[in-house]
Design a binder for this molecule. Structure first.
Ligand code: 4AD
Ligand code: MG
Length: 435
């Protein structure tokens, strides 16, 4: 198989720059096929997109019959000449005279009736990802991660990686996946935050991009059991500073996606991403509760928002907004309480507008040893489970803040996807562990 790539001297992107009559070698997959008496039309799919191929019995001679019988999704290599034709998608087609079947496909199992059932389509996800919509979503996801990476590196953050096997909860025991670690009990990480907090005493500003896991049974459009978590932590930063970072990051991502993948975004979303110039509004949890009560929700101060409340609140906005000052009882133990109002924390969620809801959570951490120890006890947790996390507070831990952002949540909002499972290659949900 070595040398196969020599087959290609053009692709669906470069071909539009070639003039009529230029001879090319292409490789790719047969996306669609139509046969009309003595002509066969293939839509060839490659890394960059699609290109129309035309084969006729005159050029192909005896091979015409065999070529017209190549099944869709076969991998092929072809030779032919470029011809401009306004009727062809992209304005160019290739008249082929030589075809090699590199890997012949079986009969494609995705029939119109399979395509009607989302569950059946996810059972065949290893194949359905080849479709134009998944392709565009996954390309946008790659560009989103690239944009976030650029933002952090341009701003002097250091990438760290944290372990997946851990021994105690970051975000509460209810959503921990437990597993057997030889003869001990371990869990899958819910967040890399604690490891980031250790690392800021080396690098000041760090970020991670790696999966987090949640044993969350909730069947909503926004929960996965495994998601890609982008997290950042900054030393000598307070809660206001970290909200500024989140806002800058989201604006950077939106602008970069308009540059990197404008066509893919427009194909999936139906429109370009609107520029976000205005400052993100910051409303308090108390104000959010008032809005919800006015809208008729039966929610009282101190309760967390459920999925319906979050949706209703975020429908009130058309650009992202922060909700800050969540009650102490609703947030994990590491959150610093507001010194002027200890019943609330220095924490916030960044909400996507138009009903999409939470895309990040962040806030200021407790950096003092005695304070953290007393809060761990006050919340009924066992300090022994947080040994090293407490200990780093004995050795020069400055005030610091950070946040976590779910990639699938952001992508779902930006592309207006029905569900977060559409925003990842092979989703994991309570009912889906295959493929
Ligand atoms: O709000 P969460 O639970 O916050 C944390 O984990 C913090 N320790 C992060 C930090 O401060 N470093 O999760 C952060 C974000 C959420 O806002 C959401 O975007 C995403 O992670 N997320 C999920 N995405 C998909 N499915 C799930 N089950 C998710 N749980 C959280
Ligand atoms: Mg949260």
């Amino acid at each position: 198989m070595a040398g196969l790539v020599k087959w290609r001297d053009a692709d669906s992107r470069s071909i539009t720059n070639l003039s009529d009559g230029h001879r090319v070698k292409l490789i790719g997959w047969v996306f669609t096929k139509r046969v009309h008496s003595n002509k066969v039309f293939f839509m060839l799919r490659d890394r960059y997109g699609y290109i129309q191929l035309v084969g006729d019995s005159e050029r192909l001679g005896d091979a015409f019959k065999q070529v017209s019988e190549i099944p869709v999704e076969s991998a092929i290599a072809v030779e032919g000449v470029v011809k401009r034709d306004p009727r062809a998608p992209g304005g160019v087609e290739v008249h082929i005279d030589k075809v090699d079947v590199v890997a012949r496909a079986d009969v494609w199992p995705i029939t119109p009736s399979v395509a009607k059932s989302p569950e059946a389509m996810f059972d065949l996800r290893h194949l359905t990802i080849r479709g134009p919509k998944s392709r565009a979503v996954l390309l946008t996801r790659s560009a989103l991660v690239q944009a976030a990476w650029e933002y952090f590196v341009n701003n002097d953050y250091v990438l760290i990686t944290a372990p997946t096997f851990i021994t105690s909860a970051v975000e509460g025991g209810a959503t921990l996946f437990e597993l057997k670690y030889f003869d001990r009990k371990a869990y899958l990480t819910q967040s890399s935050q604690f490891y980031e907090e250790a690392a800021i005493c080396v690098f000041e500003k760090v970020f991670v991009m790696q999966p987090s896991f949640r044993a969350e049974k909730s069947r909503t459009r926004k929960h996965l059991t495994e998601f890609l978590h982008i997290e950042a932590e900054v030393a000598f930063a307070d809660h206001e500073d970290i909200m500024d970072v989140e806002e800058e990051l989201v604006k950077y991502i939106v602008n970069r996606l308009n540059e990197l993948v404008p066509k893919e975004v427009e194909y999936v979303r139906g429109s370009r991403l609107p520029d976000i110039d205005s400052r993100f509004e910051r409303i308090s949890y108390d104000e959010a509760i008032e809005i919800l009560q006015r809208k008729g929700f039966d929610i009282s101060w101190g309760e967390d928002f459920g999925a319906d409340e979050e949706r209703a609140l975020s429908e009130e906005f058309d650009v992202p907004f922060f909700v800050y000052g969540f009650p102490t009882v609703t947030r994990s133990f590491y959150h610093m309480d507001d010194p002027t109002r200890p019943e609330v924390t220095l924490s916030s969620d960044l909400m996507a507008p138009e009903g999409f809801g939470e895309i990040t959570s962040g806030g200021q951490r407790i950096h003092e040893y005695d304070y953290l120890l007393s809060k761990i006890r006050r919340m009924g947790l066992n300090p022994e489970e947080y040994g090293w996390y407490l200990e780093i507070r004995k050795y020069g831990m400055p005030p610091h803040s950070g946040f976590g952002m779910g990639v699938e949540r952001v992508l779902r909002w930006l592309l207006h996807l029905p569900h977060v499972r559409d925003a990842t290659l092979f989703p994991r949900t309570p009912s889906r562990l295959y493929p």
